[in-house]
Design a protein around this ligand. Structure first.
Ligand SMILES: [Zn+2]
Length: 164
């Protein structure tokens, strides 16, 4: 079963996450898989700013996922999803992560790139933030596994518009 959203027509009905397999193992092992890259992200909620590693996941079809306990801990705003989205885990094990019922929207800075990031709330265990394929595509992100960094190729997001 491939990792990512399961689609019913154009409607995402479920999400298969590799994280249950990743959770419990060290970051080094994740990196050895060659598909996850950790970058430093600064999340801001009013005057409150938090630094956290963000994991880019080329297997995640959702835009972004954030750990629900992390959201509670830092009192990020929560918005209800209507309808909630069913979540599955890989290889059909019980839905230990349950449904996704909320998302948050927070200011997220990675390197010199800042955006208002919408993220689905779920249980991510060891990880606070996962950035999926749509996010990588939206910002035309190039991942560099050698320097463990990302390069944004979206000039309209990265820099203020040039003066006319
Ligand atoms: Zn961008």
């Amino acid at each position: 079963m491939p990792t990512g959203w399961h689609w019913y027509g154009t409607f995402p009905i479920g999400f298969v996450l590799q994280l249950p397999a990743v959770v419990g193992r060290g970051v080094e092992e994740c990196e050895l898989e060659g598909e996850h890259l950790f970058v430093a992200a600064t999340l801001r909620n009013g005057d409150h700013s938090i630094q956290t590693p963000a994991m880019t996941d080329t297997g995640a079809m959702g835009f972004a996922f954030i750990d629900e306990n992390f959201v509670r801990q830092h009192q990020f705003p929560r918005y209800r999803l209507n309808p909630p989205r069913d979540l599955e885990v890989i290889d059909g094990r019980p839905i230990e992560f349950g449904q996704i019922t909320h998302l948050t929207k927070i200011s997220c800075q990675i390197q010199d790139h800042t955006e208002m990031l919408p993220a689905f709330m779920t249980k991510l265990g060891h990880f606070s933030l996962v950035l999926g394929i749509p996010w990588l595509q939206r910002h035309a992100v190039v991942t560099d596994f050698v320097s463990n960094s990302v390069r944004f190729q979206c000039p309209d997001h990265r820099n203020p518009p040039a003066a006319p």
